[in-house]
Design a binder for this molecule. Sequence first.
Ligand code: ZN
Length: 199
Amino acid sequence: MASLSPLINELVQALTILPGVGPKSAQRLALYLLEKDKAGAASLVATLSEALDKVGHCQQCRNLTETEFCPVCDDAKRNDDQLCVVETPAEVLAIEQTGFKGRYFVLFGRLSPIEGIGPDALGLDKLKSWVLEKNVQEIILATNPTVEGEATAQYIQQMFAGKNVDVSRIAHGVPLGGELEYVDGGTLAHALAGRKSVY
Ligand code: ZN
């Protein structure tokens, strides 16, 4: 984009790191911030900078927070018996929408030998000591239905084999209101494998 000055060009390039933002959108955003909302842009920069500086991981569930323990871990009203294991912080938010009142453990990834991601990187030792020390009754494995997500779920399941804790896997299946004809084969196979008795 030779028509833009070097600094504006740099800003456009920087904005393309955002998911879903291509060069055209980045250009529009950069011009908007510089032209229409300088105060908003300054506030965005300040907040982002502070968040980058202060946000780390919760000491218990590993979710992102700027305090030692995140709001969920700090909430005494949550059910200590149920622990839901997810891959990302965004999935915590998705499961919160369902009204789930247990606790979470965030892996920040999934086992992937090819990418060199092993149990250590996912904090599985921490998960194990939490479950055993706090006497958690049920672990709900809500990793994604991908090859790595399944392998991760299986690994965790085996980790607690023979221990006094129920391990369940969320059912991935047919979307509500969906018609079987339009559901892809993988999803349908999963739905079949996760079937429950109706009696
Ligand atoms: Zn936490």
